[in-house]
Ligand binder design. Sequence first.
Ligand code: APR
Length: 308
Amino acid sequence: MRKKVSIIGAGNVGATTALLIVQSGIADVVLFDIVEGIPQGKALDLAEACPLWNSSSLIKGTNDYSDTANSDIVVITAGFPRKPGMSRDDLLHANAEVVRHACSEISKTSPTAIIIIVTNPMDVMTYLAWKTTEFSCKRVMGMGGILDSARLTAFLAWEFNVSPQDIEALVLGGHGDDMVPLSSFTAVKGIPIANLFTKKKSDALIERTRKGGAEIVALLKSGSAYYAPAAASSHMIKSILLDEKRVLPCAAYLNGEYGIKDIYMGVPVILGKEGVEKIIEVKLSKEEKSHFRTSCESVRKLIKKLSL
Ligand code: APR
């Protein structure tokens, strides 16, 4: 049986994720949006690219949730992106409505699906999706840590003038301004960055990572980043569909791990066919622990605002 991935929101992140999935040929895709014509037009364009990519994937654009029925994975990118000067948190109420509605539809049409949330503020939206669908927390997760880690990797690669393939970076915590980049777990070919850069230099790169999304928003003027967010989402989709069991930082439900309960936070997890198959606990320094807690508090504040 071919795998089915539904993408809710046919905007920049959604359509680019659809592109990466059909291009790789690993699943059929349904692209859903509330705006008529957009998902149909983008899906048709992508379908016509498939012969050029030697891909047998099928893609359909729709405004009807029944077309998403029995999806293996549903990726939620629907909502509003940031404008210059806005934080991810400013999107809270508008995007909560969108995510709540999408999740209640999906829980009816695809009761066994794994859900990946991309819509910001992502950690809060993931908690909302879990509450709304009442799915097992293993099957609801958020995309953030892979993207933040990829950004730090890119900055380190330029700074050190090496291939990003030889860099390993790990960013935990919420996908917000107080994310927690772990310099002790960030290395160039296994060599911890403390051996290669001054603290001042690595702090500057970490600071750029924290503001990585805002840097792009400021340049684009309207809209936010989408190529890297879509690439990060497609990594998660692939690891689940192919049961690769990759270790990736994702927003996962913490039930005592890292000494924290009842919240979605970015942590390293093993991603396989069951979804979040295991949360990996890394030993954090005192300073990292305190950053992690601050990041949790920011997410909790937003969860409270939604009265969840
Ligand atoms: N149901 C389905 N689709 C919706 C709904 C809804 N209720 N409301 C809005 N949409 C669609 C819009 O019509 C639009 O096509 O969601 C899409 C969002 O696309 P973009 O505006 O291009 O935004 P994008 O850059 O893709 O970002 C989407 O991902 O990274 C996050 O912060 C970002 O929250 C934002 C989300």
